[in-house]
Design a protein around this ligand. Sequence first.
Ligand SMILES: C[S@@+](CC[C@H](N)C(=O)[O-])C[C@H]1O[C@@H](n2cnc3c(N)ncnc32)[C@H](O)[C@@H]1O
Length: 404
Amino acid sequence: MDFQARLEALTHQLRPWSALWSRSILQGWPESGAAYPEDWLDYARSLDETGERRLDQGELVGAAPPSLGALLGALEELTKLPWHEDRHPMTVSETQGLSDKKAHELARVLALLGSRTRFIQQAVDIGGGMGHLARLCARTFGWTFHSIDRDAALQDKGRQWLKRARSPVGGPLHFIQASVEDGPQPRIDPLFSGRDRASIGLHTCGPLALTQIRKSRGAGFVLNIGCCYDKLELPRDYPVSGIGREHPLPFTPHALALTTRGRPRKTEAEFARMKQVYAWRFAFHLLSKRQFPERDFVRAGDAPRALYDSPFASYALDRLERLGLSSNMTADELTAFEVSVRAETRDLLLCHLLRDRFARALEVVLLLDRAIFLEELGFEVELLQLFEPDVSPRNLALVASQSV
Ligand SMILES: C[S@@+](CC[C@H](N)C(=O)[O-])C[C@H]1O[C@@H](n2cnc3c(N)ncnc32)[C@H](O)[C@@H]1O
């Protein structure tokens, strides 16, 4: 894939809409809403529940504004990435105790590794946790494997697991308790260097993905799957490639948070729940803005699930108490307030549904930047979809081999 051309095309589509995706709707309301084209909002307001849900899945029903249709079409095209769908068959004893998500991920990762790592003898896993990947790779490929994690307790659990497992381990497996950091680390750095060495990071949070890539310049093979992009620091962690720096997008912490929200499908129940949570949160936000104008932004925080199923008054009174605030409003007044702002809270919801359309494209921009960075380090690089997004939504894998 021509990563540079893809990055430039995505940047070209995203840049004109940065006022929408770079800002928090709620924190900047109502000015943030003014950035949304009036015909987009009119269209969104015309949708019924099914139409809203379809919009949440990136589909436009009925007569949508041409600019919205063109944008969503372009983003869909530009975020399409090749799939690696093979699964490594795993026995019952190999998957025992693993969640469905973990078993799915490992079956896909092992199949990918099996098809790409002919010259590899040794491997290291950054953030290897309990060492499930290590154990399966050592057994399947016979590699010498080092699983690094800063969490000693997780690694102890992994050692116990190995003791209990009746099946042979295969190649030697070592747990190393260390925090992988940028800069020289003489104890672990040699593990990342050598043409016969693979460097693996499966759901490396935030900047850890970049630390892995930088440490792995001398490795024969790199597999990185990122997550938690909201933990990246700007401008340190984006853009990281020379080409990316020539075409930067105005990422903000709010835009990074949006990249972690890209999820293709919610069930009907999940969508209904999201709407209910939003309805109470947004009404509470409008209430606190009116009641406490001197406060910058009152963070309602996550409430227990049952509170979103309760009347707004119960939710609001609970949140106010938790925040040490009092609105001096009765339950009836709170209920009446929520009803009075329904048109506005619906607009807030619709803006969110529209803004979420940018999530995957922004995630892909971050990964294209990393792909180009790997190319600049001399690797041959693929960017693939590896996991079913419904099972594991952060499903994009950077696969890099040293060019021969
Ligand atoms: C999201 S979990 C992924 C675990 C495992 N790779 C998996 O896919 O199940 C991230 C893991 O990385 C570890 N971790 C985070 N930052 C680290 C660092 N700087 N050095 C070593 N381990 C780290 C955490 O302790 C945690 O076990």
